[in-house]
Ligand binder design. Sequence first.
Ligand code: DLZ
Length: 210
Amino acid sequence: MTSVKGPAPPPTNLDGSALRVAIVHSRWNKEVIDALVTGTIAKLKALGVKESNIVVQSVPGSFELPLAVSKMIAGSHVQAGATATDLLGGLTFGASTPTLRPQSRSSTPAPQSSIVNMPSQPFDAIIPIGVLIKGSTMHFEYICESVSHALMRVQLDTGVPVIYGVLNALNDDQALERAGIGRGGDKGHNHGEDWAIAAVDMALSSRKWS
Ligand code: DLZ
């Protein structure tokens, strides 16, 4: 039996060509993060957002996302961070790692963003991306809850759409399936695509509402 759960089809008139969007992703659970960031960027571009108007930054873990989002919004009138063009044109998010747990210190680090400061259009939306996978302690519960509340607070305090791109998965398989890279027969669906749609949708609506 099919489920009733799921997003409605996106509006057909989403035109992101005038938008500037930021992605800030954590570096934990890199294989899943890489797939989600790639899916998000691909969908943003499919909706017309220019590669040069997609800024990508990274933070150590999901706990660091709210502060990064807050700072990026505050400084978003300047160009800071790598654009999707920088990343897709040379740097990559790194090779997939066989496990989902944090990379060992000897493995290749995720690319660091180049910082340049130039006047720029403020961000119309920001997409924090994190993958929390439940372990054997209460860590997961505390981080999931505090990060969710903090991201909502930044969104309401700043008036800039903050998309909820945090997966709270009970195990590796749930995380993989929600990034479209499931290891079973069904690869699942890349939620990064939904986050890109939500970002463009909210950015365009926010312009009308304000
Ligand atoms: C410490 C930790 C653990 C155990 N698990 C995750 C996780 O599944 N996903 C994630 O994004 N981050 C995790 N972290 C790191 C914390 O988010 C944070 O980066 C550190 O506690 C440093 O503040």
